[in-house]
Design a protein around this ligand. Structure first.
Ligand code: PMT
Length: 427
């Protein structure tokens, strides 16, 4: 599937070091996805890696020269200086070594400089990400464990390998994660250096709540969770610590987001209130039911009658509760709600903005073409408590999410980072 450009990756220069592992075939896909997302990728292949994959493969997907020797001098002018390891390091925003063999992890941990990956790692001032890949017993060996610990102590990000079946046929932890996981880690690492929400805790709600009728049936809505998950990803790209409170959606959890699964509006409210004391921002993209069945049948309702009449009762309005509570607690510092309307969009959204004491309401007409539930795109108007009103054209839910996160980051610029939980907040 083609990858759309990703803001945090756009125009970033990433070195991809590939060492001699069977997993190196995955690195070609990673390189391709990074380039599609807008990054420039300089690939370094070790001699052992070339036993598994050729320089031509990477040259084809990156459009860049591939570096295979520490004696390489880049006279093409593509690097800040012609000495390859210095030029690569000087121009890099991030250095990813994936896969990283036990041997190279040992060399990196001990400052070796006998190949271009190690030389460049010593020259680099940017963040280094190491993604180990090896048979389970090698990954668990005390030497490897100690070398990885040394690297982490120096600020190197180590991506935990996955459990699974190795080329050897054995099963264990040591498999290089799939490209989406590696991309997610890379995005969050860049976000934590360049983003506008570094060290902020952003809580996002997503999905349609499920209000039980009986143990088998529930009432829900058409929300797919896509807009909320896009907001969570945009917050990660901005370097935030993200907690995603979501109903079951079937969507992959954005990498490094903490997921709290809920079903009903009541469960969602509890999860939100529990997190408020540490939340810098709360963004309520979830489609929370306004009504739920007044009684939940203990057993599956049998089809004895021709019709089933449900008496429904109001659910708690989470956004309203948080909006009122924050008048005393000041938490969260930034509160963003959505308004899913089918008529009088701006009037209804403005009313919510005021009544719920939100900083922003993201108004979307869920009947408009290309907007609302399930779609890949949305059409929103962002109403601010400062009186601002920006109507955005139809665009991807990722782009809408970035527009929201930019505003949240701007509002938080003047707010000190929470170091302690204020006394007045009930535990
Ligand atoms: O999930 P997708 O398929 O991508 O669709 C995206 C979306 C249409 C769900 C999303 O863009 C959206 O509009 N989400 C809000 C849906 C909703 O519940 O809107 P509302 O106008 O009914 O509620 C207003 C706000 O109050 C929302 O922030 C909602 O989360 C919140 N709310 C609503 C009811 C309730 N009992 N408690 C709440 O906190």
């Amino acid at each position: 599937m083609a990858v759309e450009r990703v803001t945090i990756l756009d125009s970033k220069r990433i070195i991809l070091g590939v060492t001699g592992s069977i997993a190196s075939y995955k690195s070609a896909d990673l390189a391709s996805k990074l380039v599609q997302a807008g990054a420039t990728v300089d690939v370094i292949l070790t001699e052992a890696a070339q036993q598994f994959i050729t320089p031509l493969t990477f040259q084809a997907v990156t459009g860049q020269p591939v570096y295979t020797s520490m004696w390489h001098t880049d006279t093409s002018g593509g690097l800040p200086t012609h000495i390859a390891h210095v030029g690569l390091a000087e121009g890099a925003d991030l250095f990813v070594i994936a896969p990283a063999t036990a041997h190279h992890i040992a060399k990196l941990a001990n400052g070796f400089a006998d190949d271009l990956i190690c030389l460049t790692a010593l020259s680099c001032r940017c963040t280094i990400i190491v993604a180990p890949a090896m048979d389970g017993s090698m990954y668990e060996h005390p030497a490897t464990v100690e070398n990885l610990k040394k690297l982490q102590e120096r600020g190197v990000i180590v991506i935990e390998p996955e459990e699974g079946r190795f080329a050897s046929g054995l099963i264990g932890r040591g498999r290089l994660p799939e490209t989406p996981t590696l991309m997610g880690q890379i995005r969050h690492a860049l976000g934590r250096e360049w983003g506008g929400l570094i060290d902020r805790h952003v809580v996002v709600t997503a999905g349609g709540t499920r209000e039980a009728i009986d143990p088998v049936r529930y009432v829900t809505n058409h929300s797919s969770g896509k807009q909320g998950y896009a907001v969570a990803q945009a917050a990660l790209d901005a370097g935030a610590n993200v907690t995603l409170i979501s109903t079951p959606t079937g969507l992959p959890t954005p990498v490094n987001a903490s997921l709290i699964l809920v079903e009903s509006a009541e469960e969602m409210q509890q999860a939100v209130l529990d997190l408020l004391p540490t939340a810098d921002a709360l963004i309520m993209a979830a489609a929370v039911a306004d009504f739920r069945p007044a009684e939940v049948a203990a057993q599956k309702i049998k089809k004895t009658e021709d019709e089933l009449v449900l008496r429904m009762t109001r659910t708690e309005d989470i956004l309203l509760t948080v909006g009122q509570q924050r008048k005393q607690t000041g938490r969260p510092s930034v509160l963003v709600g959505f308004a899913a309307e089918t008529q009088d969009l701006i009037k209804n959204a403005k009313s919510k903005l005021k009544r719920k004491n939100a900083d922003y309401i993201i108004a979307n007409d869920v009947t408009a073409p290309g907007a609302g539930f399930q779609s890949e795109t949305n059409v929103v108007t962002i109403l601010g408590s400062d009186g601002s009103s920006i109507s955005l054209p139809q665009q991807t839910k990722a782009a809408v999410a970035e527009a929201i996160i930019q505003r949240v980051a701007a509002r938080l610029q003047t707010v000190p980072h929470h170091t302690t939980i204020p006394d007045e907040v009930d535990e």
